[in-house]
Design a protein around this ligand. Structure first.
Ligand SMILES: [Zn+2]
Length: 673
């Protein structure tokens, strides 16, 4: 039987892929790449065309082989798949480090850069510069001993980060709460209790079974009138994978965190940086540690006082001091009183099919693309779909899968992932970009489509914004096409900008239609929804600033942080920007996957950084009209289609006519600068 992972066609054959295919496919492709690389380096006088392009093509192919394994592991996790995925990681990490530390390859790139620069395009130069920086960061210049150590560090880190994520997933699934008495569920939306009843039946139990998936957790802490139930859920959630709470010690990420921080620090020092934060900034739009801290502090100066006032008003409304598990509950009540609208009440106006058709219509108006479902594509789950995206002339640009509902054995949260990156190079077949859009919305119940909250709508717009960045690229070299080669702190610009449309009165009628009547969101409800946008903006931003400062300071010491110094950093950060006082046993860091298993280490500030860019970029649309053709064309030409082939500050200035300004973001939040 041929291995479906190695038979790379237009789209992966998800129905045919089994866990046992993973290791063999990755191993075979890596040996093929090794053989090919040796061949490329052995040729006399390699050039951009005879070395760089074929090298781009083979790296691209390895990514295509591995992408379905990573994706399936995230959306259909099983013991077998997890073991297969984990078995591939050391091979990939070893190969990547080996390529990154290949002196001859690095020297050849440098020579090509030197010799051919005058004849190369700007994008080709970026391909070389980007690769040369990667070589440097992979330790290519290190002497043999430290070089070998660096290689080990990268492998160990990859495993630790994967373990961190597994323990969060396991801890989330390990906990659930049986409820026998309907009174305990008072306040919870019907779709949550219906699902809980179904889950109890599945387990052969009476009553209800509430699990700890994100939609259930959010519903309980926001709506459950039973304060003890809220507290119980908050505790289970905030202590996941830690030494505290109901599963204390069973999946403890404490030692994993200490190891990760120690190894990151060592790696940074080996490369000549003072700490991991400095290393992180080597590939960012922000230029140094002080600039990032200064940026976060500047925002804190505006947001924290606003947030403190908001909490004081909330406590006055509740009539008592509030614990962390009370804040979402009373905030929802206050918001309802002030704006008479709650996320749950809005659901009937946002059936998923309507939200998607509206979203696709916006992309059509802005960028001239059309999007249509293709039913003949096999996927990994009955809920997953495939859509094709075409240009004005009807030519296929690429496509994307959606997998939008929460379920067991699926990683929480939402993300856009690459299935394949656009590639058009001499000597190998052209490849179109394909994306995955994954969310965890509450699934449809009782003969209705899934009904989204407005927050869910924003999430959908956000991930779609990433997908457009990936799909609408015009760059032919995969290493700098789409989101590749884009600095982390700018990669959220297109996604956060896309969210802005979901707040506009011109747009909301396009994405809303009541599930029973088909009516768009009534004007009066729309006005109330818009009122919610600035509601508790200070509290929300202060929380993001707390995460960002915690992450950045944690990685910017002269020594690696351990459990003690981590606690110190956290309390210093909370003293500066913390507003809601969490209990002593809160262990949010132990499930902070962005920082400990994702790509946001010493980079969580990127969300705010990009939010400032996004609000300012959208202000250009707000000024010209949200569907203004020339503005959209300029954004596409100068920034969105350029991927990592152009310096982001240069692209931003070309689009906006000036450098970024924080004021549009503060204005959007109703906060004075
Ligand atoms: Zn994002």
């Amino acid at each position: 039987m041929p291995n479906p992972l190695l038979d790379v066609g237009e789209l992966p054959d998800y129905a045919a892929i089994r866990p046992e295919h993973a290791l063999g496919a990755v191993r075979d492709q890596i040996s093929e790449n090794r053989r090919r690389l040796a061949e490329l380096l052995a040729q006399p006088n390699p050039t951009f065309a005879t070395l760089v392009e074929p090298f781009e093509a083979m790296q691209h192919r390895l990514n295509q082989v591995f992408a379905p394994i990573g994706h399936l592991n995230a959306v259909t996790n099983s013991d077998e798949l997890r073991a297969a995925y984990n078995a591939c990681l050391p091979l990939l990490s070893e190969y990547q480090t080996e390529v990154g530390q290949n002196d001859l390859l690095a020297a050849t790139y440098a020579a090509i850069r030197e010799r051919e620069a005058p004849a190369l395009s700007a994008a080709q130069i970026r391909v070389l510069d980007f690769a040369l920086r990667e070589f440097e960061l992979a330790g290519v210049r290190l002497p043999a001993g430290p070089k070998a150590r660096f290689k080990d560090l990268m492998q160990e880190l990859a495993q630790l980060q994967s373990k961190f994520e597994e323990q969060v997933l396991d801890a989330t699934q390990a906990w659930s709460r049986s409820v026998a008495d309907a009174a305990s569920l008072a306040g919870l939306p019907a779709h949550v209790t219906e699902r809980a009843a179904a889950q109890a039946r599945q387990q052969g139990q009476d009553g209800w079974l509430l699990k700890l998936d994100q939609p259930t957790y959010v519903a309980v802490v926001t709506h459950a009138e039973d304060r003890d139930l809220r507290r119980e859920f908050y505790e289970a959630w905030a202590t996941r994978a830690s030494d505290r709470g109901p599963c204390a010690g069973r999946f403890d990420n404490g030692p994993v965190i200490t190891d990760i921080l120690r190894l990151r620090h060592e790696a940074a020092r080996l490369l000549g940086y003072g700490n991991f934060a400095e290393l992180s900034l080597a590939t960012k739009m922000a230029t140094n540690v002080a600039e990032v801290i200064g940026f976060l502090e500047e925002l804190a100066d505006s947001y924290v006082p606003a947030g403190r006032t908001e909490l004081a008003k909330l406590e006055a409304f509740a009539g008592r001091p509030l614990d962390a598990w009370d804040v979402p509950y009373y905030a929802d009540k206050l918001q309802r009183k002030l704006h008479d609208v709650s996320e749950e009440e809005l659901r009937p106006w946002f059936p998923l099919p309507r939200v998607l058709s509206g979203l696709f219509a916006i992309a059509e108006r802005l960028y001239g693309v059309t999007i249509a479902a293709r039913e003949d594509v096999t996927t990994w789950h009955a809920d997953a779909r495939y859509y094709e995206i075409r240009d004005r002339d009807g030519a296929t640009i690429g496509g994307f899968y959606t997998d939008l509902y929460a379920r067991d054995h699926k990683r929480g949260g939402a993300w856009m992932g690459e299935v394949s990156v656009r590639k058009r190079l001499g000597g190998s077949p052209a490849v179109r970009p394909v994306a995955n859009i994954v969310c965890n919305f509450a699934p449809p119940s009782a003969g209705q489509p899934a009904l989204l909250t407005h927050g869910d709508v924003l999430t959908m717009f956000h991930e779609f914004g990433h997908a457009l960045h990936h799909l609408l690229t015009r760059i032919d070299y995969p290493s700098v096409a789409g989101i590749n080669g884009v600095p982390w702190d700018a990669v959220e610009l297109p996604s956060q900008m896309m969210e802005q449309w979901a707040w506009r009165p011109e747009v909301l009628p396009l994405v809303s239609a009541h599930v029973a009547t088909g009516e768009p969101l009534p004007a009066q409800m729309l006005a109330r929804l818009l009122g919610t946008r600035t509601f508790h903006a200070g509290l929300a931003a202060a929380r993001q600033l707390e995460f960002a400062l915690f992450d950045f300071r944690l990685h910017s010491g002269t020594e690696a942080a351990d459990a003690t110094s981590m606690a110190e950093v956290l309390s210093a950060v909370r003293a500066r920007v913390g507003i809601v006082r969490p209990p002593e046993w809160n262990r949010f860091a132990y499930s902070f996957m962005h920082v400990f298993s994702g790509g946001y280490a010493a980079g969580y500030y990127s969300y705010k950084w990009a939010e400032v860019l996004a609000a300012d970029a959208f202000a250009a649309f707000a000024e010209a009209g949200v569907f203004d053709g020339p503005t959209a064309a300029r954004f596409l030409d100068e920034l969105l289609s350029r991927g990592g082939s152009r310096d982001l500050m240069e692209a931003f200035v070309a689009f906006r006519g000036r450098r970024p300004d924080v004021r549009p973001l503060l204005q959007q939040h109703g906060i004075a600068a």
